[in-house]
Design a protein around this ligand. Structure first.
Ligand SMILES: *[C@@H]1O[C@H](CO)[C@@H](O)[C@H](O)[C@H]1NC(C)=O
Ligand SMILES: *[C@@H]1O[C@H](CO)[C@@H](O)[C@H](O)[C@H]1NC(C)=O
Ligand SMILES: *[C@@H]1O[C@H](CO)[C@@H](O)[C@H](O)[C@H]1NC(C)=O
Ligand SMILES: *[C@@H]1O[C@H](CO)[C@@H](O)[C@H](O)[C@H]1NC(C)=O
Ligand SMILES: *[C@@H]1O[C@H](CO)[C@@H](O)[C@H](O)[C@H]1NC(C)=O
Length: 415
């Protein structure tokens, strides 16, 4: 007990004196800060690096509250301060990575900084235009597992024998694709993970890495980072039901299969009046909706969902639920009228065609008569065309029938 007491006193004394020393230092005009030493960048995972450095051993020992300013130069500029001598950065690495660090000291209102030290990772080698492009990914919950589906396009300059390999990292988990879809050259162009280690609420970042190999060229890898909320597609709402009472339409549904509770969803209800070909889309938060409708019309109803901003940053809408139908559908008088006019026009056209042909003897002009015309054959032409026209087939078919090579034989057998 007594010893501990002494220790605390000594500790307090030492820190006190350090603060006093530093306070005195702050009064000095110039303070020489030395940059950190042994700055290294190490790849520790897909799209993840560890930056490490050591305090400069030659630094004035009276200065003991220094901090470090870390600056990421490539691929995206960023800078931040830390008291630690290491830092993790999550960034795509296929274009290389470079960073700098300096020692800084805040002394009251004064601020001192050392020179920078820098380090970099070279971009991985590869022929330009050979990496996978247009990478898109979607996560969904299927049977309580988070599934991942990604697709990409083969780089324009990649040879036919290129093969791509797909990896993802979420947090500490890195997985290689097992289920690829292939193009006609047998090159992998999509990947499906029925289950993953990805957060079921779509929070955090997903790192994707696609590298490749070919006998003819070095294939450039592709890195991409996705915000999970932006690629997470919730399931459609469940058990959508609708009933009509008089001119009231009541619609109800259940929340989608999801790790989010009921209160976390926004919905869109699409009510489509089939007769009037008119859609009304209603946004709302509850699980039911009712509205006044025209009970003589038939309606189709579908609902979709998204996680509301209260629970997560905005993401994708679900697919629409299966349409359900209420109300009676009677074809409108307009449609009926149009149909009969159309039928009448077609009949009239065919009949006129027949008479024109008959009057002008078009077929004799088109097909000069066979040297010794057979009156029986001629009769056959006419009766055939007449039959065909009546049965609604076209004249062209009738003519091709006339051209049938075994006409004479046929003529004999029919008559
Ligand atoms: C820096 O690295 C060198 C060589 O690896 C090593 O000898 C030296 O002790 C390191 N300096 C510090 C301060 O750790
Ligand atoms: C493909 O390679 C050619 C030269 O070899 C280059 O000019 C072109 O930019 C490359 N295409 C892409 C998409 O990078
Ligand atoms: C790929 O992406 C580029 C740029 O984003 C776009 O112009 C191109 O149409 C896309 N290609 C395909 C096949 O989707
Ligand atoms: C692709 O990346 C994975 C994971 O980083 C690595 O293990 C593998 O060797 C790479 N393959 C090629 C062909 O570069
Ligand atoms: C949907 O309906 C089915 C059968 O009608 C029922 O078993 C199921 O529990 C319902 N689901 C929800 C989420 O209410």
């Amino acid at each position: 007990m007594y010893h501990q007491y002494i220790m605390v006193i000594i500790f307090l004394f030492l820190t006190e004196s350090a603060v006093v020393l530093q306070a005195n230092l702050c009064l000095e005009k110039e303070i020489l800060l030395l940059p950190p030493v042994n700055f290294t960048i190490m790849v520790t995972g897909l799209s993840k690096v560890l930056l490490r450095w050591k305090p400069n051993p030659n630094q004035d020992p009276r200065i003991n509250c220094v901090k470090y300013n870390v600056k990421i130069n490539t691929p995206n500029e960023d800078d931040y301060e830390t008291k630690k001598t290491q830092s993790t950065s999550v960034n795509v690495l296929h274009q290389g990575f470079s960073a700098s660090v300096q020692t800084v000291l805040h002394c009251g209102s004064r601020f001192f900084q050392s020179n920078w030290v820098s380090a970099e990772l070279q971009a991985p080698p590869g022929v330009p235009g050979t990496s996978a492009v247009n990478l898109t990914c979607v996560t969904k919950i299927i049977r309580n597992e988070v599934s991942l589906h990604c697709t990409w396009i083969v780089g324009r300059n990649a040879s036919e024998d290129t093969q791509y390999f797909f990896f993802y990292r979420f947090d500490r988990y890195t997985k290689e694709c097992q289920e690829y879809r292939k193009d006609s050259w047998n090159r992998n162009i999509a990947c499906w993970f029925p289950e993953t280690a990805i957060d079921g609420k779509g929070r955090g970042k997903l790192a994707v890495h696609i590298n490749g190999s070919s006998k003819q060229m070095v294939i450039k890898p592709l890195d991409q980072l996705f915000d999970l909320h932006a690629i997470d597609q919730v399931n459609p709402p469940m058990n959508v039901t609708a009933k009509m009472e008089g001119n009231h339409l009541f619609i109800q549904w259940e929340k989608p299969v999801s790790n989010f509770p009921r209160k976390c969803f926004d919905y869109e209800v699409d009510i489509y009046n089939i007769r009037r070909d008119y859609s009304k889309i209603q946004k709302l938060q509850g699980n039911s909706f009712d509205l006044i409708i025209d009970p003589t019309c038939k309606y189709s109803i579908k609902v979709r969902a998204t996680v509301s901003f209260d629970c997560r940053k905005n993401g994708l809408w679900s697919e629409w639920s299966q349409s359900i139908y209420v109300g009676e559908y009677e074809p409108t008088h307009m449609t009926e009228w149009l149909l009969s006019v159309l039928m009448a026009t077609i009949c009239f056209f065919l009949l006129s065609l027949f008479f024109i042909c008959r009057i002008c003897h078009i077929w004799t002009k088109l097909f000069p008569p066979i040297p010794r015309p057979n009156s029986k054959v001629k009769d056959l032409f006419i009766s055939n065309i007449y039959e065909k026209s009546r049965s609604g087939e076209t004249e062209i078919e009738a003519i091709s029938y006339v051209e049938y090579p075994g006409l004479d034989n046929l003529d004999d057998s029919v008559f």
